[in-house]
Design a protein around this ligand. Structure first.
Ligand code: ZN
Length: 141
C-alpha cells in the first residue's frame, strides 16, 4: 500500500491509499480517481516530501533523489519526537509564548506550536531564536 497526498483541480487536498504506484497511475488514467471532497475527476499527486519548504512566490525547494534520504528522515523524525515529548504544545500561540520566554516574562521552558509566516518573520526580526519543526508525512496519519 502506498499513501498519496492528492489535490484536485478545485484545490482540495486529501490523503488516499493505493495498492501501489502503478495502481494510482492506472486509476488516474481511467479517470476514476475523484476528489474526496467535491468529486472532481481532475486529481493529481500533491507534493508531500518532508523537505518541501515553501518560499516566496509559492515556489517549493526540491532536490533530486538522495541516497541518505531515508536515514535523514529517520533523524528528523527522532528530532521531532524529542521536541514533541520534551516541549509544551502551545498551538497557535507560539509567537506570543516565544516572546514571553525571550523577554523572561515567564520561566524558560521549551515550547512548540504553530505560527503564521508573518509571525515567524516578526520573531526573527526581534532576534528571537526558533527552528522549523520538520513536518513528516508519516506524522499526519
Ligand atoms: Zn475537490
Amino acid at each position: 500500500m502506498i499513501q498519496y497526498s492528492l489535490r484536485c483541480a478545485q484545490g482540495h487536498q486529501y490523503d488516499a491509499w493505493f495498492k501501489n504506484a502503478a495502481a494510482f497511475d492506472e486509476q488516474a488514467a481511467r479517470g476514476i480517481v475523484r476528489c474526496a471532497v467535491c468529486d472532481d475527476g481532475r486529481v493529481e499527486k500533491a507534493l508531500m516530501a518532508p523537505a518541501v519548504a515553501r518560499t516566496d512566490q509559492g515556489k517549493v525547494a526540491l532536490s533530486s533523489d538522495q541516497p541518505d534520504a531515508q536515514k535523514i528522515r529517520e533523524l528528523l523524525r527522532a528530532y521531532r519526537q524529542k521536541v514533541v515529548s520534551e516541549a509544551d504544545y502551545v498551538g497557535d500561540r507560539f509567537a506570543e509564548e516565544a516572546r514571553k520566554i525571550h523577554f523572561e516574562e515567564v520561566d524558560a521552558h521549551h515550547i512548540y506550536g504553530e505560527a503564521t509566516r508573518d509571525e515567524a518573520i516578526a520573531l526573527a526580526d526581534e532576534g528571537i531564536a526558533f527552528l522549523p519543526l520538520p513536518d513528516l508525512p508519516e506524522d499526519r496519519n
